[in-house]
Write a protein that binds this ligand. Sequence first.
Ligand code: SAM
Ligand code: GLN
Length: 284
Amino acid sequence: MDNYNFQLLLKETYDELSARGFETSRADWLLEDITRMSRTEIALNFQEKVPENILSEYLSYRERMYKGEPVQYIAGFAEFYGRKFKVNKDVLIPRPETEELVYQTLQKIHKKHLVLCDIGTGSGAIAISLKKERPDLSVIATDISPNAIAIAKENAKLLETEVEFLLGESLKPLIDRNIQVDILVSNPPYISYDEQNQMAETVLDYEPHLALFAHDDGLAIYKDILSNLDKVITQGGLVIFEIGYLQGDILKTYIQENYNIENLEIIKDINQNNRMIQFNWINQ
Ligand code: SAM
Ligand code: GLN
């Protein structure tokens, strides 16, 4: 096998990633993961020869990276809210914007021992993070995908968290069991099918479409949840959705025209895009 030192290996990988239009930081991320070394440790060892086992693993993984596969799927985990979550092709890689949804939700929880449900939990990132941060909450999480529920359960176990996972579409698992919740959080699929051609190939080719796309200009799942909310949410209960950056005003108007709610707020993410909508539900 070729004789590489750490610096040469990274330099060669940066050049190839740049040529293919990917961020070069992926090269570091993968090397840090394989070596279990920090960026600084790697830099201090730049001139050292890369051990054979590490080199062969890195070279095979970087071929996948060159094709566009997200590093989180290659490594098998993603970082979210300071913790590691197992991910694979059956679940969306949790996004930094969604960490803001977790943060916003935590700011809104003023009482103890509330019941919270995360609809469309995927890897379990939102539900598990909230339970970790607020162990007094009773947390339920649902998903329409059995494979996602399996990964979310694994994550709850790995992170030693107690979350009740229910398989099913939208609010049906709650309605079927007569469950009432005080807080409903969701990052449902919200991308319109028309937007497919503007999306990065690394997302489109690798992430589950069931987690990304929704009909009705991306609004279908919000509308479906809203139409049944009265059956599952307590009086004054908090609803907080992650939204597409163009959906804020449309969704606000739709909710205000059709439902009895108060305190509706659109919240921006760190990039100043409309990213969340929250309101309190008044019994209809
Ligand atoms: N909550 C995770 C996160 O924020 O990283 C995953 C969000 S992903 C955008 C949406 C999730 O909703 C996927 O896991 C998908 O399987 C699930 N899903 C799609 N349609 C659904 C539906 N009608 N009811 C419940 N879950 C659904
Ligand atoms: N924010 C995700 C993306 O840009 C989409 C998540 C979603 O549809 N809920 O790919």
